[in-house]
Design a protein around this ligand. Structure first.
Ligand code: GLN
Length: 436
């Protein structure tokens, strides 16, 4: 059965030997992550023929670790979506729920892992795009703290929000892949050395951060905060599965208390204003000159530019460029963009205070189960609202993990999300490993 996992199949072999940490393992790479000499489309017709001249830093690290990359995975166009249906290369099937979407935007990466077409995968998470597909396909996904992983070579959607993150069958494997890709990078000035943030000596090798060692399943004494706002909007079936998982953690020695995060009510609005604003600026480079099909230039640059963008971009991308341009335009900037930034600061504060009294926060990753294919394309607002529990984490630049927590009564996968303090990856990995 073909799930339409890959946009481009290609065997990219790593440079390591048999002792390399990822020797003999395949790591599928989302198609917005640059691979030297291998087509990279970001799910867009605009980049149908684009072949990057260099590797993203994370791809270099995969190669050095001896991994084989079996292909570039399907995704929502430029990462804009929650279902992988906005791809110009057709939708991806959900191997864990027939007829349903695999989530998005990294749906191809999660489906590759769920179907066993790759051992591990990389996705990118701007507002949930690693965690959502992990939740929808019964896999594990980590969105790292902003600055832990280099974005060099990632085709930008919204720079201030996104991170590349691992998807894997288990927490231990996801943590292992995170060790390989996490490290400061001189090509990305927003990367930070985790040892300076979390204390401890500078490691020679990032593997000494021992993310994989933290996957020891030991939650004895762990204090979990549960934001009630993130349960309010979720389907009853999902909330029930969530509480069963919390009971399970309690029986393993964890305890929990409820917390209030009043700001998260505004997170989806703030997220979409900021993400679309950044996107409208980032996507200006697709002009048929630097990137995109070369127009049949007839002397009027404005007309050719418009034609290339009319043909090259899909509906969702156009909608976002228009809305983002509007939100940034003179006269409206204060009303939308600045307000969204204020809300973002408030979300950060709320998380900081909740995390001062808990080791981790927990919520359902997605408030709804995987949608039926085709359901949400005509209804963008409903699709945006499905990001209610994931987007606050990106606004606050915190780390989070989605782990399988069970199934709905219809047998659909349910994901549970743990959120940690900045550079608190080890705690969320430890908590997640008690469940998967
Ligand atoms: N669904 C969200 C969006 O469309 C998140 C996407 C992402 O994380 N790349 O913006």
């Amino acid at each position: 059965m073909s799930y339409n996992v890959y946009i481009t199949e290609a065997t990219i072999d790593g440079a390591g030997d048999e002792d390399s940490p990822l020797a003999g393992r395949t790591v599928a790479v989302k198609d917005n992550i640059s691979t030297e000499g291998v087509r990279t489309t970001a799910g867009s017709a605009m980049l149908d023929e684009y072949v990057p001249p260099y590797d993203a830093t994370v791809v270099e690290r995969l190669k050095d670790a001896g991994a084989t990359i079996p292909g570039k995975t399907n995704m929502d166009e430029f990462g804009m979506g929650t279902t992988t249906e906005t791809s110009a290369f057709g939708p991806t099937e959900n191997p864990a729920a027939e007829g349903r979407v695999p989530g998005g935007s990294s749906g191809g990466s999660a489906a590759a892992v769920a179907a066993g077409e790759a051992d591990l995968a990389l996705g990118s998470d701007t507002g949930g795009s690693v965690r959502c597909p992990a939740a929808f396909t019964g896999t594990v996904g980590i969105k790292p703290t902003y600055g832990l992983v280099s974005r060099y070579g990632l085709i930008a959607y919204a720079n201030s929000l996104e991170q590349i993150g691992p998807i894997a069958p288990t927490v231990a494997e996801a943590a292992e892949l995170l060790e390989i890709i996490a490290a400061p990078d001189e090509n990305d000035a927003t990367t930070r050395a985790a040892h300076e943030e979390i204390g401890g000596p500078e490691p020679d090798d990032m593997r000494e951060y021992a993310f994989a060692d933290a996957a020891d399943g030991d939650v004895d004494g762990l204090e979990i905060g549960i934001p009630t706002e993130l349960l309010d909007g979720a389907d009853a079936d999902i909330v029930e599965t969530f509480w069963d998982a919390i009971d399970d953690l309690e029986s393993q020695g964890a305890s929990y208390h409820e917390v209030d995060l009043p700001s998260v009510e505004h997170a989806v609005e703030a997220y979409y204003v900021i993400a679309m604003s950044e996107a409208s600026s980032n996507l200006a480079r697709f002009d048929g000159v630097r990137y995109g099909p070369t127009p049949d230039y007839e002397g009027n640059w404005n007309e050719e530019y418009a034609k290339v963008r009319e043909e090259g971009f899909g509906e969702e991308v156009k909608r976002r460029i228009l809305l983002g341009t509007y939100a940034l335009s003179a006269g409206y900037h204060d009303k939308y963009y600045k307000k969204a930034q204020d809300a973002r600061a408030w979300v950060k504060q709320d998380f900081d205070s909740a995390l001062s009294e808990a080791d981790v926060l927990a919520s359902p990753t997605m408030p709804v189960p995987p949608m039926e294919r085709g359901e949400s394309l005509d209804d963008p607002l409903t699709m945006y609202l499905a990001d209610a529990n994931t987007t606050p984490v990106n606004l606050a630049n915190l780390p989070a993990i989605s782990v399988p927590a069970g199934e709905t009564s219809d047998g659909l996968p349910v994901g549970l999300q743990f959120i940690g303090s900045a550079f608190g990856e080890r705690k969320i990995i430890r908590a997640g490993s008690a469940l998967a």
